[in-house]
Design a protein around this ligand. Structure first.
Ligand SMILES: [Zn+2]
Length: 236
């Protein structure tokens, strides 16, 4: 395999599933049990903030029991050992990439382990629960704290930086994403039109599978380390 200078990797829930975190869109995923309009939209938060806080407090507590898996660790190793650039753009709100050691990381859908104050706009690292009576550590006001996650109807974070990375990429890898959530689902076309080789690594072909030049299917903990081995081996 040829050597690549700039690698951009998009990751989704399928990467964290083998760490024990529920996916959102699978048939037994989180959106099969909850109505996303109630717990993951600004309107839902205004209508019932207690329900929304409970939902994300549960998700945040669940993170305490999970560890990065072999796929997260392989991507961190790729960043350490690859001579060129490696950027991970993740749709996941967990902190497993960081726990594995990845550093060049964009959380386009926000982070469960951060809180955002609607009053002053400050973000804070957040490991505990959030509620209506939570005071902002910066401005001291209560009632404005929310999970720093991007809800349906809100603009994903750092889109300019992501598109700059996609335009400069010569290899784009999509891992564990359903391929039906925009704008992330459009990244492969963006990278491809900029001349990048495109690879899908997924449990099964995604909805956008036909757009990729190369694909490998199977559990992330098997196919991601194998693909990283191939990439790093190509340099030697
Ligand atoms: Zn504040």
């Amino acid at each position: 395999m040829k050597r690549f200078d700039n690698i951009v990797i998009l990751t989704g829930a399928g990467l964290s599933a083998e760490s024990g975190l529920s996916t959102f869109r699978d048939k037994d995923g989180i959106w099969a049990k909850y109505d996303y309009r109630e717990v993951a939209t600004p309107e839902g938060f205004r209508a019932n903030p207690v329900l929304v806080h409970d939902f994300y407090n549960q998700r945040r507590r669940a993170l305490a029991d999970v560890q990065p898996n072999a796929a997260h660790l392989a991507l961190a190793r790729l960043e350490r050992e690859h001579a060129g650039g490696v950027t991970i753009v993740t749709q996941n709100i967990d902190a497993l990439h960081e726990a594995a050691g990845s550093q060049h990381l964009i959380h386009m859908h926000g982070e469960l382990m951060k809180a955002l104050c609607a009053h002053c706009g400050e973000r804070h690292a957040w490991g505990g629960d959030l509620g209506l009576d939570t005071a902002c550590p910066t401005c001291g006001r209560v009632g404005g704290m929310r999970p720093d996650v991007v809800w349906f109807g809100e603009m994903p974070y750092q889109m300019e930086r992501i598109y700059r990375a996609l335009t400069a990429a010569d290899l784009f890898i999509s891992i564990g994403t359903s391929g039906n959530v925009y704008p992330a689902a459009g990244f492969v076309a963006e990278a491809r039109s900029a001349g990048a080789h495109t690879v899908e690594l997924n449990l099964e072909p995604s909805e956008g599978a036909s757009v990729f030049a190369e694909a490998h299917y199977g559990p992330a903990t098997r196919i991601v380390p194998a693909f990283v081995d191939t990439l790093l081996g190509a340099k030697r």
